[in-house]
Design a protein around this ligand. Structure first.
Ligand code: LRH
Ligand code: MN
Length: 427
C-alpha cells in the first residue's frame, strides 16, 4: 500500500489555514527572542529517525499478545509500512533490521525496494538472545560471554554474517545487545564473562569495514534478573574504548534503573565522543518500550537539551548519533504508536533548539539556579507544534499524520489486503 504526495497535499488543504495562523503567531513570538525559526525548521526536516523492523506488529508480554489485523507478514510489507509512516511524517527515512527476524530472502530485491520507498538501512541488529532451529550451541547461558569457546565462536560468526548482510544493503553500523548475564548469585564469574565478551566484541569489530560503527547497547536486567554482563553505560563505555575508535555506546531510554539521570549520561558520553546512538521509547518501571514521550516528556526534553548543547552549542566532536526507535506495541495500533513517537521526538528536539543557551550558561556561571530553571522551562512550555507541522509541510508530508491515517482508514485497508491473521516477526 502506498500514499502519494498528491493525496497528502490534497488532505492538507483542510488544515492549512489554521496552521498558517498558528505558525505565523509562533514565528513572531520566537523572532522577538532572536530565535531563527528557519534554522530550527531546517534542522527538524533533516532529523530522520529509523523505525525498528521488529516493532511493526503487535508486541506481547509473557502474559499475552493481542493481534491488530493487517500486520506485515514479510520484510517487504514491513518496509511498505515504514514507507507509509515516512510519507506522512517525512521523519522516518530509514529502517533498522533485526537478524534473523528479518533476514532478506532476496537482498537485491530488498535493496531496490528500499530505494523505491526512499528508505535507507540504519543499524543492523544481531540476535544471540534466542536459539534458532538447528542451532548447534545454545545461548541459554550466554553468547559472547559463554564459558564454552564453541558457543562464543558461533555467536561471533552470527554477528559477522549480520555485518555482511548490512554491507550489501548499505547499512553502516551494527548494534550488539546481549541478554548475557545470570539470575542467581554465584552463577557467573563476572570477570571471565567480561573478558570473553571483550575478546568476542574485538573479533566482531575487526570484521567491520573501516567506515562502519559498532554500537554496544547496555541494559541493567531482563531476561537475566541478578546480573547482566553489559549492565550500564560505564561497562559499555569501557568495552567501546577497548574495541577502538569506531565503537560507541548505545542509549536505550528504557535500559536504566528508576530515577537514573539519563541526560547526564548523554552529556558524559557526548563529552567523551562515545555517544553512538539512541533507542527511543518511554517507560515508568522497567524496559516497558512504550510510546516516546508518553510517560516522561520532560526527561526527553532534558536529553535533547544536552544533545543540542553537545552537538551544536559546544561541540565535543562526537559524530552525529544514530536516531532509532525501539518500542513494542501491546495496546495501540503500531503505526499510530510510531507516528506519535516520531512527533514526540521532534517536539523535544524543537524545544531544545529554542533554548537560549547563552543566557543559560550565564545563569549557570552565576549559580542563579532559579533563572537557569526558568530559561529551560520557558522553552519546554512553548508549544512548538506549529514548527513541527511546518517542517513536515515543507517536506511534502501531512500537516496532521494521525488524522490522515485515521480518516483514510489505513488499518482497515491493510486488513482488507493482508487479513486478520498475519503475524509480524519480532517482539
Ligand atoms: C533489548 C532491546 C534490544 C533489541 C531488542 C529488540 O531489550 O532493547 O535493542 O535487540 O530490544
Ligand atoms: Mn533497544
Amino acid at each position: 500500500m502506498r500514499i502519494t504526495t498528491d493525496q497528502i497535499q490534497d488532505f492538507n488543504k483542510a488544515f492549512k489555514q489554521d496552521h498558517q495562523k498558528q505558525f505565523q503567531f509562533l514565528q513572531g513570538q520566537l523572532e522577538i527572542k532572536g530565535i531563527d525559526t528557519e534554522e530550527v525548521i531546517e534542522k527538524l526536516q533533516q532529523f530522520q529517525v529509523a523505525i525498528p523492523s521488529w516493532a511493526l506488529g503487535a508486541g506481547g508480554t509473557r502474559f499475552g499478545r493481542f493481534s491488530f489485523g493487517g500486520e506485515p507478514a514479510t520484510l517487504e510489507q514491513k518496509m511498505e509500512d515504514v514507507g507509509l509512516i515516512h510519507a506522512l511524517t517525512q521523519s522516518a527515512g530509514a529502517i533498522s533490521l533485526h537478524i534473523p527476524w528479518d533476514t532478506p530472502r532476496d537482498p537485491a530485491a530488498i535493496k531496490e525496494f528500499a530505494g523505491a520507498l526512499g528508505l535507507a538501512f540504519d543499524a543492523m541488529n544481531s540476535n544471540t538472545f534466542q536459539d534458532q532451529v538447528d542451532q548447534k550451541h545454545s545461548y541459554k547461558f550466554g553468547s559472547l560471554c559463554h564459558t564454552e569457546a564453541a558457543t562464543r565462536a558461533q555467536a561471533v560468526q552470527h554477528n559477522k554474517e549480520v555485518i555482511d548482510i548490512g554491507k550489501y544493503l548499505g547499512s553502516k553500523s551494527l548494534t550488539v545487545w546481549l541478554a548475557d548475564g545470570s539470575s542467581f548469585p554465584g552463577q557467573l564469574n563476572f570477570r571471565k564473562a567480561l573478558e570473553h565478551t571483550l575478546d568476542s566484541l574485538k573479533e566482531i569489530y575487526a570484521h567491520m569495514p573501516p567506515d562502519w560503527k559498532l554500537f554496544i547497547e547496555y541494559k541493567p536486567f531482563e531476561p537475566n534478573f541478578y546480573s547482566t554482563v553489559i549492565q550500564d553505560w560505564g561497562t559499555s563505555h569501557l568495552l567501546a574504548n577497548e574495541c577502538g575508535e569506531n565503537a560507541y555506546c548505545l542509549v536505550d531510554l528504557g535500559h536504566h534503573l528508576p530515577n537514573t539521570n539519563i541526560e547526564q549520561i548523554v552529556a558524559t558520553l557526548l563529552w567523551r565522543g562515545k555517544l553512538g546512538g539512541f533507542h527511543f521509547n518511554d517507560s515508568k518501571y522497567g524496559d516497558d518500550d512504550l510510546t516516546v514521550g508518553a510517560i516522561q516528556p520532560y526527561q526527553l526534553f532534558l536529553i535533547f537539551n544536552e544533545l543540542v548543547y553537545g552537538m551544536f552549542r559546544n561541540p565535543s566532536g562526537n559524530p552525529s548519533p544514530a536516531w532509532m526507535i525501539d518500542a513494542s506495541h501491546n495496546l495501540k495500533d503500531p503505526l499510530e504508536d510510531l507516528i506519535q513517537s516520531l512527533e514526540a521526538i521532534r517536539l523535544a528536539y524543537a524545544q531544545a533548539l529554542i533554548v537560549d543557551h547563552q543566557a543559560l550558561e550565564q545563569a549557570r556561571e552565576e549559580n542563579d539556579v532559579t533563572k537557569a530553571q526558568e530559561i529551560i522551562q520557558e522553552s519546554y512550555r512553548t508549544d512548538v507544534r506549529p514548527l513541527i507541522r511546518e517542517a513536515r509541510l515543507r517536506s511534502k508530508g501531512a500537516i496532521e499524520p494521525l488524522s490522515y491515517y485515521r480518516k483514510t482508514s489505513i488499518r482497515q485497508q491493510l486488513i482488507k489486503i493482508r487479513g486478520l491473521e498475519t503475524v509480524a516477526t519480532g517482539l
